[in-house]
Write a protein that binds this ligand. Structure first.
Ligand code: FE
Length: 343
């Protein structure tokens, strides 16, 4: 998720920064740098404060900016926790030495191994599936099968997908490289670009809206955006959500591409215990239910039952390639995006 407002308000961010600094050694705080921008997070942080008395200082910005900031601040960083909406960025943060291992008790009990770092430097706390959304009046479900099939002539001028600058697409691309190697992945990206209904623009929600507007027929999006449309305060968005269906690709082979929102303790956290407590809280049943009910993300906690909408979308096979392995393909993926002309 990209929020540009942070960079245009340097004075404000210095103010927020110094407020956070002043709390660095305060026993009753935890300082969070987050690349997620969802209301449910702030609601859960308030709940955590009510339960524990630990205040959550939240700095929200674009994930890449937060990684740069953690690097620049080094030992003096006030951050205790780092949150991303993408596994690839967590892998990079670990590689840059910005994280430290966390206590594994709840994590290993609840989160499946493919969704966390093998050395416990980060864990997923919500799970996302990158699927196809289609209008059943224009696409028959039996036309849909795999990410790879999007390269066939059947999809000429029909595919909608956002820019390659987007982290969700970068991690998807890394999974294609992991599955097929660089050469095949370039072939895939080139054909998908040829089959696009329009040059990439807008966010995931905009791709679904473009189907409704008749621009294209099938969009590559994360499932929770369908939940957000269906529960939008705007009746037109709710209508669009109701017209569309979800298809989980690659059910006959490796499974649908999965990403996470991840959380990690920063290398120089001063409030380590509080940070660990907040991680455990976010993995606990009530928080996992809130992420699923309010933001329509899949719980990583395997003991949590899915809410109705997620059950309606149905069970599906997930790609279980460990997300930590995708990190090494991110760079190749970016080169491929460039070569394929995927803006
Ligand atoms: Fe998102």
């Amino acid at each position: 998720m990209k929020i540009k407002s942070i960079i245009i308000l340097p004075a404000l961010s210095i103010l927020v920064f110094s407020m956070v600094i002043s709390c660095k050694r305060d026993q009753n705080v935890v300082n969070v740098y987050s690349g997620r921008h969802y209301q449910v997070d702030e609601q859960l942080f308030r709940e955590f404060t009510m339960q524990t008395g630990i205040r959550v200082n939240l700095v929200k910005a674009d994930t890449d900016q937060l990684i740069n900031r953690l690097e620049l601040e080094g030992k003096n960083s006030p951050a205790d926790l780092f949150i991303t909406a993408d596994a690839g960025r967590m892998v990079q943060a670990k590689e840059k030495g910005l994280l430290q291992p966390m206590d594994v008790d709840l994590i290993t009990r609840f989160a499946p191994p493919s969704l966390r770092d093998p050395d416990n430097f980060w864990t997923g706390f919500t799970k996302r599936a990158r699927v196809f959304v289609y209008n059943p009046e224009r696409v028959k479900p039996d036309e849909l099968s795999t990410y790879e099939d999007l390269t066939t002539d059947n999809w000429e001028g029909r595919i909608l997908v956002r820019s390659s600058q987007n982290h969700y697409n970068q991690t998807l691309m890394a999974s294609i490289v992991a599955a097929h190697g660089q050469k095949e992945a370039l072939n895939w990206a080139t054909k998908v670009v040829e089959n696009m209904a329009q040059p990439p623009r807008g966010n995931d929600r905009d791709q679904v809206k473009a189907i409704a507007a008749g621009t294209g027929d099938v969009a590559i999006v994360n499932t929770y955006y369908m939940g957000l449309l269906l529960h939008s305060p705007n009746s037109e968005e709710r209508n669009i959500g109701r017209q569309m269906k979800i298809f989980f690709p690659n059910q006959e082979d490796r499974g649908t591409h999965i990403n996470i929102s991840g959380i990690a303790i920063t290398a120089h956290a001063s409030n380590r215990q509080n940070a660990q407590q907040l991680i455990d809280f976010l993995l606990s049943k009530p928080a996992q239910i809130a992420f699923a009910e309010e933001n329509f993300e899949y719980p990583v906690n395997m003991n949590v039952e899915w809410p109705e909408l997620l059950r309606e979308w149905g069970e599906f096979k997930s790609d279980t390639l460990p997300l930590e392995k995708l990190g090494k393909y991110l760079h190749d993926g970016m080169i491929i995006f460039n070569q394929a002309g995927w803006n």
